[in-house]
Write a protein that binds this ligand. Sequence first.
Ligand code: GSH
Length: 341
Amino acid sequence: MAAFGMAGRRREEGARKNQRPSAADPALVGRTLPKAKAACRFRQIEPLRFADRRLRTPIVRRILLAGYPVSVCQSIPGLSNPCSRFRFHSRLGKIGPEPRQGRTGSKCGCMAITLYELVGTDDAKPFSPHCWKVRMCLRHKGLAFRTESVRFTEIPHIEGGVARTLPILRDGDHLIIDSFRIADHLETRYPDRPSLFGGENGRNYARFLEGWALRDVHLALTRIAALEILELLDLPDQEHFRRSREARFGSSLEHIGAHREELVSALRETFEPVRRVLSETPFLGGKSPLFADFVIFGALQWVRIVSEYPILLRDDPINEWFERCLDLYDGEGRSVAARSD
Ligand SMILES: N[C@@H](CCC(=O)N[C@@H](CS)C(=O)NCC(=O)O)C(=O)O
């Protein structure tokens, strides 16, 4: 909490003018509810200032009416906990095939699994490749879960600032960061459900594919789609995306995405090992999908959602496999429209 007193108050008032409505207020993070409420009163925070349109669900409205800003709810562990009385229900929150009070074992009937997913201005378009891997894992395991939409600049305020990247998965008392670690967690915690790896060899195969994809596919896709991704973000996220990616590539976004046709044709070549496997089996995992499939699916799903540019040629056999993946789990992948639709 900022220092109290006149100087502190002036600083607070100055800062308040620039407050961004949807972000959790760092000054309130970790406060107990009464302390946060007192702080809001002291700082004369008008609750609705914090509520952006997508957060105005009935449950949040009730909290706002009670006088608490949304940031308070996001900031206080007890309130962002899925089993809290004031649980958020994201508009996009998905209920999987399992009944709400299923094996996840939540006593209050809340779903115990929350996937924090990356979105741009549109909550209905989660686009991160790594978040998609996890979504597919959860559906593969047949687990009930809900999703929370998070923007780039909101990540540091999620779950007490535990991570700088998404996905983050909360599964009851477990909080897991990184898509591969999440897959490991789900495989260990839900061993009776369909396997994500098909044993240790399958895990190593997926690990190899992930390393290959991160180096040879994701970097190329970022370059190809950077400017289209930018269009999907709000202003603070655009600034963050531009700054971080330009630092990573050592060049402007406009420059890294230049010569797109050449980048795409090199990427088509890069995919050759994937074509080879798929010429022998319907899925990278064999007769049925495994995490190995989701690793590559995540990358192509990302580009399907953010870009209109055709990455694969029409007759590429990878398309058939990708369509099969889009059909999985009642068409989970198709639940988000392609940019070109
Ligand atoms: N190895 C991580 C990578 C996660 C990652 O890079 N996520 C991106 C979104 S696709 C992110 O959250 N970036 C945050 C940022 O750029 O500030 C995983 O597999 O989960």
